[in-house]
Design a protein around this ligand. Structure first.
Ligand code: NAD
Length: 312
């Protein structure tokens, strides 16, 4: 049985554990807060049963079979014993990540793949205290990874090709959709594209062009409809009679003109942001009840979309 160790049993650690178990891997879940990993397993069991009931369970195994593949640990050495792949999911703090990878390296063989879930830290920083960095990479999921399959694989400058290929194969086996970055860059690909969308949405609301509610509809009822199935490159390729080059001949100048009218990076911390925060809170109040209900709805909608994508 091939063993994957998941380090950190918070939101992302739990979701990775479920993803890997759905692909038939044996998963050892570790957290440095005593009892935390065991608690996470109780939560996972509940989720697996609910998913099975709703016919949304991933993989070929039953909920009980998948749960049987999971075990929890408060001891790092025991958690790492026998694993060939480590997926780290601890707090997003550089020093915490650097230290845990330093500890992990002392407890595993030199061929064990060391993978981080970091959203915002580049591999050359995360792995700076690791000796053998050729087996290190970031596997950045999108929340929640159980329902959103994309995972960005980002190499450390020293990472060897076979590590990228093996990780790509593991992610594909468990049903994720891996993409490979050829080299590291701040924000990777997902957060860079997301930041561009956030920035222009923010400027349009801030400048009184459109409301918070309506800019969200621009995505959810407009651009997002096709982006769930085809990306911006293919969208352009299909939107002109002779493909991408034809598209750019027709629309490239207009796009460049609009791009030059984009303002500088918005100041999210200025006084003016308060009215944007308030507008959002009027739509969805920030008390736990409203937020939890909306998050549940989001996950249900994502499950429906995942099912639709699977059937096509
Ligand atoms: P979280 O706060 O929910 O969970 C972190 C867990 O790590 C906690 O259970 C904590 O006890 C444990 N932990 C902290 N230090 C540890 C250590 N030294 N050893 C072992 N366990 C330790 O955080 P999260 O949202 O699950 O995020 C985890 C990672 O995933 C972060 O790097 C984050 O950037 C990344 N990520 C998060 C999201 C998201 O939307 N939440 C999306 C993609 C990637």
């Amino acid at each position: 049985m091939r063993i994957i160790t998941v380090i950190g049993s918070g939101l992302i650690g739990r979701s990775w554990a479920m993803v890997f178990a759905s692909g038939g891997f044996s998963v050892k879940l570790y957290d440095n807060q005593p009892g935390q990993a065991a608690k996470a397993l109780t939560e996972i069991r509940k989720q697996l049963e609910e998913l099975e009931e709703g016919h949304m369970l991933r993989g070929e195994l039953t909920a009980a079979q998948q749960f049987a593949l999971l075990s929890s640990y408060d001891d790092l050495a025991q958690a790492l014993e026998g694993c060939f792949f480590v997926q780290e999911c601890v707090f997003e703090q550089l020093e915490v990540k650097q230290n845990i990878f330093q500890d992990i390296e002392q407890l595993v063989g030199k061929d064990v793949i060391l993978s981080s879930s970091t959203s915002c830290l580049v591999p050359s920083n995360v792995f700076s205290k690791v000796q053998n960095r050729s087996r290190c990479l970031v596997s950045h999921p999108v929340n929640p990874p159980y329902h959103v399959k994309l995972v960005e694989l980002v190499p450390h400058p020293e990472t060897v090709r076979t590590i990228m290929d093996t990780t790509h194969a593991i992610m594909t086996k468990v049903g994720q959709a891996p993409v490979c970055l050829k080299k590291e860059i701040d924000g990777f690909a997902v957060n860079r594209v997301q930041a561009a969308i956030i920035a222009e949405s923010w400027r349009l609301v801030r400048d009184g062009i459109i409301s918070v509610k309506d800019i969200d509809l621009v995505m959810s009822e407009g651009l997002g409809m096709r982006y769930a199935f085809i990306g911006p490159m293919e969208t352009m390729h299909l939107n002109a009679p002779k493909g991408l080059e034809d598209y750019m001949q027709r629309y490239g100048e207009g796009i460049m003109r609009v791009l030059t009218s984009f303002g500088p990076v918005p100041d999210f911390f200025s006084e003016g942001s308060k009215s944007i925060f308030n507008e959002m809170c009027e739509l969805i109040p920030t008390d736990q009840q409203h937020l939890a209900a909306r998050k549940e709805k989001r996950d249900q909608l994502l499950m429906g979309l995942a099912k639709l994508k699977k059937d096509h």
